[in-house]
Each structure stands twice: as C-alpha cells, then as structure tokens.
Design a protein around this ligand. Structure first.
Ligand SMILES: NC(=O)C1=CN([C@@H]2O[C@H](COP(=O)(O)OP(=O)(O)OC[C@H]3O[C@@H](n4cnc5c(N)ncnc54)[C@H](OP(=O)(O)O)[C@@H]3O)[C@@H](O)[C@H]2O)C=CC1
Ligand SMILES: N[C@@H](CC=O)C(=O)O
Length: 416
C-alpha cells in the first residue's frame, strides 16, 4: 500500500515513524507492503538534512501525480487541506485525517464525495488523540441509543490548568510548555478559547447521537479568563476546574456546550491531568462507558492515524450514516428554576445580584431567578472578580418539576 503523507509536523512525523517501525508487522499480519511515497510540507528547507529528504516536496500537484493508494492528511486547518482532501477523494482514493477543523466544518461535503466514490474517509485521531472513541461510537455502539457524551477533550487546556494547579505555573508559561510539547494548535486560540473542543464535541455528537450541529452555533467559553487565583481558590475548596464538552439529549432537543466546569477533587474527571483526555459515553442499553488516555501529542495521535490505516489494510469498510437529524440546541435549565447556589464575593449587594442576572453567561443558561444560599468571603485570597457555583447539587435537587434529570453530579461553573 503506497501512502501520500500530507504534513510532517507533530502528527505527520509521528505517523512516518510508526509506519517505518511497523512495516514488518503490516507485512506479516495484513500481507501488505506499506510504503510512504511522498511527503507534502510547506517549508522544504526544514527537511533537507533528513535521511529521507528525497520524499519531501512542497508541490501538491506534483506529488498527486505519484502512484499511491491512500493519503494521510496532517496539515491542519481548512485550506489548503480541504482542497487537497476533496481532490484526493474525488479521484477515488481513501483519506485518513487528524484534522478536526476540517471534519467539523467540511465533514458533510467530504463524506458525500467519499460515499459517491465508494471510498473511506477516516478521522479517529481528530478527537481524543490516542483514545479510540469514534470507532466505538460508530461501530461497537451501533445498537445503542447514545443520550449523553461529556468529556475533557482538549489536551492543551487540560495541561495548562493542571500545571497552574499542581505546579503554580502562570497561564503564559503553561501555554508555552504545551506548545513546546506539540499539544497546542498552530494558533492556540483554538485551544484556549474552546473552539477546538467545540469542533470535537460536534463530531462526537454527530457520530454518537446522529445529530448534526453546526459547531459555530454551540455555546462556548474557554479558559483565558481563569486566573491563577481562581485555580488556587478551587484547590483550597477541594475542587478543580476543567474545560469540558457536554452533549445531552432531551425530549425538547440537545444541550451541547463547552465551558469550564468545577469538579469535586474526588470525581472521576478531576483526576484526568496534563494532556490526558477523558470521555464518558452513556447509552440506553450499555450504561456509562469511560474512555481515557493521552489526548494530544505526537505518538498517541499518530497511533490513532495508524489504527485507521490498519482498517484499510484489512479492507474494512464502514457506512456513513446519511440520516442525521438537524440538531435543535436547547439551554439546560427551565426558565423559572430556583437554584440554590453560592456566590463567592466580598461585595455581595443587591446591585451585584442584578448584575449577575443580567450577565450574558448567566442568561445563556436561561435562569431568571436566583436564590442566594450562602455568601463566602475570603480576605486571604486576592479575588478581583466573583464566581457563581451551582452548589453541591444532590440527587433530589437535580430533578426539576417535570421529574427530569437536569444535571450530573458535577457542579457547573460560570465566570462573570
Ligand atoms: N498536535 C497534536 O497533538 C494533535 C494534532 N491534531 C491535528 O492534526 C493536524 C496536524 O497537527 P500538527 O501535526 O500538530 O501540526 P504541525 O503544525 O506540527 O504540522 C503541520 C504540518 O503541515 C505542513 N503544512 C502546513 N501548511 C501547509 C501547506 N499550506 N502546504 C503544505 N504543507 C503544509 C507543515 O509544513 P512545514 O513544517 O513545512 O511548515 C507541517 O509539516 C491538525 O489538524 C491538528 O489539529 C490532532 C490531534 C492531536
Ligand atoms: N490541540 C489539541 C490537539 C489534539 O487534538 C489539543 O490540545 O487537544
């Protein structure tokens, strides 16, 4: 099997190395000689010194004339990746990609070309790095009705929040380390503002719940506003903060969001640290499944790409579900909910309470009434803003007037 490799950065170089390491195994187990015949990059001079420098080119048109059986795209972003991938699929060649921007934005168009040409478009590496989660959703859980998916699905932000919490690093230094280790996107705004996680939750929702959501319509809040003092405060109160993606099916529609969530330290997601991701999937029949592992980085991500390649080596074919329903996004909370929350502020006044209710983040949740249960103040920590935390919700409090379960045990966090 001859492979055209597009991109030779963190993921592409990992894919190259794993293919070299596994050649014998591919031959023995799948009876295929696997060979990379060309590598597309942008700055050719960076690769002059490599022993396999003869494979590199910055000319896609030239490379696409080569004889090849499958292309692996690890360039990232929408263009030129979309042009290249659509051309390759149109020629009837399968494509494997690690690019979630591409799949979240153009997955529908690309799947249509792939279906018309009868070839595979695979993208296990696009969500959860090395964690096999798309294949279980697509194949193993094909007989179940998935009603909830939630998880830590961005390695960079989890790395940053872990380093701030456990090592007292500043946000800037932690982000720099995430970039140095190859976890962050080319433009890390995607990570820290939550767009990468939103794209991933849209892909998970599509494959798990068969609901097509435009990722741009999903409410998103990133981590850029979380200060070292916030992280310190959460730690002191036996909590941690994580950026999470949530998608949950209700009779009225689907609740999908990406935002920081406060978790009690002993909860299962709280122990997922650094670049690790974790995704829980709940189905009517199977109950809850919990997937975890390295969600970013060279080797874990390359492993997921190779998994898709192994499917092709075995001539495995999966059908794309063309019958997706258009998702109707809903807010989670009923308008008249009377929640018990605690507000952390040194300055709790009626005016501040009105300000909280007017805040767009708070309005997003559709909450119109607010009961203040307790006001905690801290003179020792220097807070220049306040938090609202849905406070220690018990099973009883989770049920609304329609007897509908509204929240998991995780507390929900809004930063104003
Ligand atoms: N890093 C990670 O942990 C993970 C990344 N991903 C996804 O995988 C994809 C690749 O990520 P990553 O490897 O980190 O990215 P990198 O920035 O490390 O690598 C990108 C590669 O694409 C090449 N490239 C960029 N633009 C062009 C262009 N216009 N024409 C030809 N080649 C181009 C670059 O070439 P050159 O070196 O010459 O500039 C480089 O070799 C992204 O979609 C990312 O979201 C998914 C999961 C995890
Ligand atoms: N930038 C992404 C890379 C993997 O998808 C992340 O940090 O999770």
């Amino acid at each position: 099997m001859k492979i055209l490799l597009l991109g030779y950065g963190v993921v592409g170089s990992g894919v190259y190395e794993l293919i070299q390491q596994n050649k014998l195994r591919f031959k023995e187990e799948y009876e295929h000689d696997v060979e990379i015949v060309g590598i597309l990059v942008s700055k050719l001079e960076k690769y002059n010194q490599l022993p396999h420098s003869h494979l590199f080119s910055n000319d896609f048109d030239r490379l696409s004339q080569y004889a090849y059986d499958v292309a692996i795209e690890t360039i990232g972003g929408i263009e030129p990746a979309f042009t290249y991938v659509s051309q390759i699929l149109s020629k009837g060649k399968p494509v494997i990609t690690s690019n979630k921007d591409l799949i979240a934005e153009k997955g529908g168009v690309l799947h249509a070309i792939a279906a018309e040409k009868g070839v595979q478009l695979s993208y296990e590496a696009s969500v959860g790095g090395g964690i096999p989660v798309l294949k279980p959703l697509r194949e193993c859980l094909g007989g179940d009705q998935i009603n909830e998916i939630m998880g830590i699905i961005n390695g960079t932000t989890n790395f940053i929040l872990t380093k701030m919490n456990q090592e007292g690093l500043s946000y800037e230094i932690a982000l720099k380390q995430a970039q140095e280790q190859g976890f962050a996107e080319a433009d890390p705004t995607s990570d820290v503002e939550g767009f990468d996680a939103v794209r991933k939750i849209s892909i998970l929702t599509k494959l798990g719940m068969k609901v097509d959501l435009d990722w741009k319509t999903i409410p998103v809040q990133g981590i850029t506003h979380i200060l070292a003092s916030d992280v310190h405060y959460f730690n002191a109160t036996d909590n941690v903060v994580k950026l999470m993606g949530i998608s949950k099916v209700y009779p009225e529609g689907i609740y999908t969001v990406v935002r920081p969530i406060i978790l009690e330290k002993h909860s299962k997601f709280a122990s997922i640290n650094n670049e690790f991701n974790a995704i829980s999937v709940t189905g009517d029949a199977v109950g809850e499944l919990f997937f975890s592992g390295k969600g970013a980085g060279k080797n874990p991500t390359a492993t997921a790409v190779i998994g898709d390649l192994v499917d092709l080596l075995q001539n495995k074919k999966y059908k794309v579900n063309r019958h997706l329903s258009k998702g109707k996004l809903i807010t989670l909370y009923p308008d008249k909910a009377n929640w018990t929350i605690s507000v952390h502020s040194d300055l709790m006044t009626a005016a501040l309470r009105d300000e909280i209710l007017e805040n767009p983040q708070f309005k997003l949740l559709g909450i119109k009434e607010l009961t203040i249960e307790s006001i905690t103040t801290s003179k020792t920590l220097d807070f220049d803003h306040y938090f609202i935390q849905f406070h220690d919700l018990s099973e009883q409090q989770l049920i609304d007037h329609k007897n509908r379960l509204l929240l998991n045990t995780e507390n929900h966090y809004i930063h104003l």
